[in-house]
Design a binder for this molecule. Structure first.
Ligand SMILES: [Zn+2]
Length: 386
């Protein structure tokens, strides 16, 4: 059985420990120690990281009451030097203790049970047996968690087999003597993870997002340094937005909405004037001699090409309108005669090393190579008899 120092003192960053077993597993070493400061994954809390004799810890496995430390190399024998990556561990302690607090507040305010818990690299989350939370309820939840953190309640850890003396939030998963984590006077929970020693160390607990999962809600939250980093990120964003739009923060949403409306109106106006211009150009082109109008419009998008071809066709002429700059596009329209363009579609697009299709009177598609565009025009003139 490995003596789990992290259960007695989760703040222990380094220690020495006697190596009691070491086996080569296809180039990795599985190492057992007399005692350890490394907490394996469990109960929603990810595994610790760190080094043993300078070798990085690749994984931690629970084997009954033993912890197996997986290393990339042979740590040697005798006494080993253990070093914990404490910033990561302390983050786990903050997120985990925050979960205990949050789960009990959810029971007291909403009689809502916690169904599962996980600490992810970005956000921690708990699944709650309740279908929804209003914004006001989330605010109340955050305020109550803040009040309890600022009340600086001691967090105590003890072991007992006498369940009758306890008021556990939910029944323990293990039999016999259990390890209890208590936020003094507020919450008792059977748990094997690592926790801070005072609720003040949780710092701020912010609900980031509520997501519907089946009939339940998953609440994503950030506690401690994660909440600070989130605040820094959002503060930075709001400062940048304020500098961009030179408006006080509360005015920014309405200001951005007005900007977007204005942009949409300008776009519509621009589109209209482009179309009027294209109508003029198409009318002038259709007035030229010959039955086929060939035009290269490299700054027009596919919708513009279609619009131009449509205007030419409306004037009773045939159209070969294209742009060769990416995204290269071709529109072929029949404004007179009754030949079915689909019959010649494959041949025309083969000349352009492209692909396309359409209706009897309008073809459209991509072009890959426009060096034979004159040949396409000749074919069209021949087929359309113009
Ligand atoms: Zn816990």
């Amino acid at each position: 059985m490995t003596d789990k120092l992290y259960q007695r003192d989760p703040y222990l960053r380094e220690a020495t420990a006697r190596i009691v077993g070491s086996e080569d597993r296809d180039g990795h070493w599985a190492v057992r120690l007399e005692r350890t400061i490394f907490c394996p994954e469990g109960g929603g809390q990810p595994a610790d990281t760190g080094t043993i004799n300078g070798l990085p810890l690749l994984a931690l496995e629970s084997d009954g009451d033993d912890v197996v430390h997986v290393l990339a190399g042979d740590p040697g024998g005798g006494e080993a030097r253990l070093q914990l990556e404490f910033a990561r561990r302390f983050d786990h302690m903050q997120q985990h203790t925050a979960q205990h607090l949050l789960s009990q507040v959810l029971v007291r305010l909403f009689a809502a049970p916690t169904l599962s818990f996980a600490i992810g690299p970005e956000h921690s989350s708990i699944e709650i047996g309740r279908p929804a939370f209003s914004e006001e309820e989330i605010r109340a939840l955050e305020a109550e968690c803040a009040r309890l953190a600022f009340a600086a309640l001691p967090v105590r850890v003890f072991a007992t087999a006498d369940l009758s003396s306890l008021r556990l939030r939910k029944p323990p998963k293990v039999q016999g003597r259990i390890r209890v984590v208590e936020i003094e006077g507020f919450d008792q929970s059977a748990c094997g993870g690592t926790h801070v020693k005072n609720s003040a160390e949780i710092g701020l607990l912010k609900i980031m997002r509520a997501e519907r999962v089946r009939a339940n809600v998953r609440l994503y939250y950030a506690a401690g340094y994660r909440a600070l980093r989130d605040h820094q990120l959002k503060h930075d964003l709001s400062q940048r937005l304020q500098r961009l739009v030179t408006q006080p923060l509360p005015e920014i949403p309405a200001h951005v909405e007005a900007l977007l409306r204005e942009r949409d109106e300008l776009r519509r106006g621009l589109q209209k004037s482009r179309q009027r211009e294209m109508e003029r150009e198409a009318a002038a082109a259709a007035a030229e001699p010959g039955g086929l109008v060939v035009r290269e419009l490299n700054d027009a998008d596919p919708a513009d090409l279609r619009f131009f071809a449509g205007a030419v066709m409306a004037a009773g002429k045939n159209a070969l309108i294209f742009r060769r700059t990416p995204p290269a596009h071709v529109v072929i329209g029949r404004g007179r005669g009754d030949i079915d363009l689909r019959v010649i579609s494959a041949r025309l697009f083969a000349l352009l090393n492209g692909r396309g299709g359409g209706s009897a009177s309008l073809l459209e598609g991509r072009g890959g190579d426009f060096s034979r565009i004159a040949e396409v025009a000749e074919r069209l003139r021949a087929e359309l008899g113009v």
